[in-house]
Ligand binder design. Structure first.
Ligand code: FES
Length: 506
């Protein structure tokens, strides 16, 4: 499996699988980087350029997680809008965030030029548009905040996506690319210059021993000076698990009858907003549309999310067919900004990068810049802004309580709220559900041949009850976003162990 779900994304055929070219057999490294998505690969290359001896360790394969599920919009504006950032963190912080966004775009473009990367990188203008009065008010506030922070936004009368709008704002200087082609080339540069990459090896944790860190992996222990978790949430139990909430977003790549593919990036302002762009793959152009976000595990029949998305987009576009559809996971931080820096509660040289919301390509690149600076010099201009230990009560309190309450609810309540009358026999082929079977809470999937795959429904991270994801064919944990395949294998951390078989399996 190249991606953490059963559906094929538009990008994943470009993933290079390295197999067993390397192992963790190495006495002492400067830096171990866990995870080979955009954050891990860019960080490793940055540090290698600075003279550090690095190893990337990836549980599956390069780009297995969100990097192959993103839609790769490269923006200087974020899900946390600048007016919100000004309210919660102040104008100086908003200006620094705008600076950071511009720097991330420059880094990506600089890499494309320096390494001559063929990743379909294209400059684009982005369009934000309101569809009603309520959205227009949000847009007005957003534009005012963005201008204060230093981001250019101009009102225009044209929405290139042809969606009737009450107001349209254009933002120049944005871009898009093919995310897997991009990180594959960065990985190629890193490996070519002697960087080590080990895939198919899960990291279970890290401990301090004397002056060094010891990373425990499936292939044995590694001694190093610094560890960077580029995995969204790190394994184990950490405050980060309670300051981030996992969400799923849905994407379709559509062929249009009229062949009218707008060469722009587009966004409306619904609470879970829709996002649009186009891309050419193997000579075929597609409209890529996304949205229908929800908290991970909240919807089991995820086909409904795709249907809603296609029906919605079909109001404005003449859809010939859905060529690709897939979903992907992202993490919402408690206060809207990512957590990049020292991992609270861990030894000094252990770092994390998470809470990117829907802006993973930019924040992943910024994380690489920030973390490599922290490792090399102990400092970064973004250290304070993205500090995982920051406390911003005004910004984070509401969400923190809400997401924390969700976790408690799932821990204490969901385990006893499964449908007690459903039985294995009620499942049709291709269906999964959590059932109460002779006193056990079980995650049961009946495959297309009628064979049942029966597992305990307790997530192996902190014991929330997993939920079925009908389209990605996975068991998704609503608490911190761990995901498991039909045979219990870990698709997404922070869990590091498979779902268990029942204690008395049939
Ligand atoms: Fe933490 Fe499941 S991911 S309990």
């Amino acid at each position: 499996m190249k991606r953490d779900g059963a559906l094929e994304s538009l990008w994943q055929s470009e993933i290079k699988v390295y197999g067993h070219e390397n192992d963790v057999n190495r006495t002492h490294l400067d830096v171990v980087i866990v995870g080979a998505g955009i954050t891990g690969v860019t960080t490793a290359l940055n540090l290698q350029k600075k003279g550090f001896d690095c190893m990337i360790i990836e549980a599956a394969n390069m780009g297995h997680g969100t990097t192959s599920g993103t839609t790769a919009h490269l923006n200087t504006f974020f899900d946390a809008s600048y007016d919100e950032v000004i309210d919660d963190f102040g104008l100086d912080a908003a200006k620094l965030l705008a600076l950071a966004a511009g720097e991330a775009l420059e880094i990506i473009h600089g890499n494309v030029v320096e390494f001559n990367i063929d990743c379909d990188y294209s400059p684009r203008t982005a369009y934000l548009f309101s569809l009603d009065e309520e959205q227009e008010k949000i847009l007005d506030d957003l534009v005012e905040g963005s201008r204060k922070a230093g981001i250019e936004m101009n009102e225009t009368g044209i929405n290139p996506f042809g969606i009737p709008s009450t107001k349209v704002v254009e933002i120049p200087g944005q871009a898009q690319f093919h995310p897997i082609k991009y990180i594959k080339s960065l990985m190629g540069e890193y490996v070519k210059d002697g960087g080590r990459f080990v895939e198919g090896c899960r990291v279970a944790g890290v401990e301090k021993e004397g002056d060094h860190l010891v990373v425990s992996t499936q292939q044995g222990n590694i001694v190093c000076d610094h560890v960077i978790y580029a995995t969204h949430l790190p394994p184990g139990k950490n405050i980060m698990h309670f300051r981030n909430a996992p969400y799923r977003s849905y994407v379709v790549a559509l062929k249009l009858r009229d062949n009218n593919y707008p060469q722009a990036l587009g966004y409306d302002l619904y609470e879970a907003y829709h996002y649009y762009r186009t891309h050419v793959i193997n000579g075929e152009e597609y409209l890529i549309a996304g949205g229908e976000d929800h908290k991970t595990g909240d919807i089991e029949n995820t086909n409904e999310c795709f249907e809603r998305l296609v029906n919605y987009v079909g109001r404005y576009f003449d859809i010939e067919r859905v060529a690709y559809r897939w979903s992907s996971q992202f993490y919402e931080s408690a206060d809207g900004l990512p957590y990049i820096g020292h991992l609270p509660g861990s030894p000094d040289n252990v770092y994390c990068a998470t809470g990117y919301t829907g802006n993973g390509m930019i924040f992943g690149t910024l994380a690489a810049k920030t973390l490599s600076d922290l490792v090399a010099t102990g400092d970064s201009i973004y250290k304070k802004l993205f500090d995982p230990a920051r406390t911003k009560p005004l910004a984070s309190f509401t969400n923190f309580v809400k997401e924390g309450a969700d976790v408690v609810k799932h821990l204490l309540f969901d385990r006893f709220s499964v449908d007690k009358i459903r039985t294995l026999a009620a499942l049709e082929n291709g269906q999964g559900k959590v059932v109460n079977y002779e006193g056990y809470s079980l995650a049961v999937y009946k495959d297309d041949t009628g064979k049942e795959h029966i597992l305990q429904s307790d997530c192996t991270h902190l014991h929330c009850t997993v939920k079925w994801n009908s389209e990605e064919k996975s068991w998704d944990c609503p608490c911190h976003g761990s995901r498991f395949g039909i045979n219990g294998e870990v698709l997404t951390g922070p869990a590091v162990k498979k779902l268990k078989k029942p204690l008395n399996p049939e």
